[in-house]
Every structure is written in C-alpha cells, then in structure tokens.
Write a protein that binds this ligand. Structure first.
Ligand SMILES: [Fe+2]
Ligand SMILES: [Fe+2]
Length: 225
C-alpha cells in the first residue's frame, strides 16, 4: 500500500529540493489561495487578483507535470499510463472550465458556479497526485533522482504557460512545441492590466521567436536529455 506524500516529513520526501516536496509546497499554496478566495474577504479587485494567481499557478504547475513528471512515471511504472491518463483528464477539464470562465464577466451569474467547480477539480487533482501518482514515483526513484526531477520540473514550471490553451495537447513533444511560444504571450499578458489584449503583431513576433525554442525543448525531451 502506498503512503500518501501528505503524511510524510520533508526528509522522507527526499529533502526540500525533491520533486515531492516541491509539489506539496505548490499544492499547499493553491489550497491557501483557494480558501482565501472562498472566504469572500477583501475588495473585489483583490479577489480578482487572488483568482488570477490561483489560475496562473495551476496552469504552470500542471504544464510542467505533463512535460516532465508524467512521461517519467509512464516510463518507470507499469500502471503509469492508467494513472497519468486520470490526471490528464482532470487537467483538461480544468482547462475547459477556465476557458469558459474567461469568456464571461465576474458579474455573470455562472461565474461563482464555474469557479467552485474549478476549485473542486483542482482539489481532486491534488488528492490524486499526493495519494496515488507521487507515491508511485517515490517507489521508483532514489533521493538523488527525486531531486534531479525536482529541478527539471521547477525549470519548466517557471517558463510554462499561465493560461488555458485549447490548442496545446496534454503530452510531449507537441505540448512543448506549442506551449513554449504561448507561454511567452501569456507572460506578456500577465504584466498588463486585466482585459488588455496583446497586439496581434507582438503576439506573432513572440510566437515566431519562441517556436524554435519549443522545438529544441521537444527534441531534447524526445532524446531524454
Ligand atoms: Fe501537482
Ligand atoms: Fe496536476
């Protein structure tokens, strides 16, 4: 029987730099932010910022999982395909819900309902990962490898898309080819006031400049380097 990573000390998870400890820290931060949003405290503008922070962290965190962690789990564990298909469908559903959320305003009557459904799925995803997938990864890797995987995951997370994109598939190498250029556009949009559109010419130039980087990352992932 696997032991949930929620019940283990940081030392048992392989130390601070281990992918398991890093995952748990992000999950705790997501939970803190969702609880803060649900409390209804603070002015509307602050709550909108909290929701934006939750979604940015969710998308970059999940993209890095799909690029680095789940391919590793599929290679290492006999039940990796089944386990990762489960969380990929959760990620896809979150992507669809947030896409819908972005098309309606905060005053739309469906806004609270869609937000609550998104939070419930994020919490379900966290439980599946901490109780099922990450303990399986722990069984397959020693401390040094957990730390190496942790730094690879963190590197991708820091440059990952921060918004939902229906054109980005859930698996490498195609997710890296399309995700890297879109990540650059997302991060420009994150710097602008809410509702500002990135000019089409800028988006195109950034996309073209990054497409080569995306291809390079995908190529390296495929070669396992
Ligand atoms: Fe996670
Ligand atoms: Fe996830």
């Amino acid at each position: 029987m696997h032991r949930s990573i929620a019940e283990q000390s940081v030392e048992q998870l392989g130390g601070d730099a281990s992918v398991l400890a890093r995952q748990r820290r992000d999950h705790a931060e997501l939970d803190r932010l969702m609880t803060l949003y649900e409390s209804g405290r603070g002015p509307a503008e602050e709550r909108r910022r909290t929701l934006r922070d939750i979604l940015q962290l969710t998308f970059s965190h999940a993209f890095a999982e799909e690029t680095v962690l789940w391919p590793a789990l599929r290679r290492l564990a006999s039940d990796g395909e089944e386990l990762t298909a489960r969380v990929e469908s959760e990620h896809q559903r979150i992507n669809d819900l947030v896409t819908e959320l972005e098309t309606i305003g905060p005053d739309d009557p469906r806004h609270d309902e869609l937000t609550a459904e998104t939070f419930a799925l994020i919490r379900q995803d966290i439980r599946d990962e901490e109780d099922l997938l990450l303990p399986r990864l722990q069984e397959c890797l020693d401390r040094a490898r957990l730390r190496r995987l942790g730094s690879a995951w963190e590197t991708v997370r820091r440059t990952a898309p921060t918004r939902p994109h229906s054109v980005v598939p859930r698996r490498p190498p195609a997710n890296a080819v399309l995700g890297v250029p879109l990540s650059a556009v997302d991060r420009i949009r994150d710097l602008l006031p809410a509702g500002t559109r990135v000019p089409a010419g800028t988006a195109l130039a950034v996309t073209a400049a990054c497409l080569g980087a995306g291809w390079l990352i995908a190529h390296r992932l495929r070669k396992g380097r």
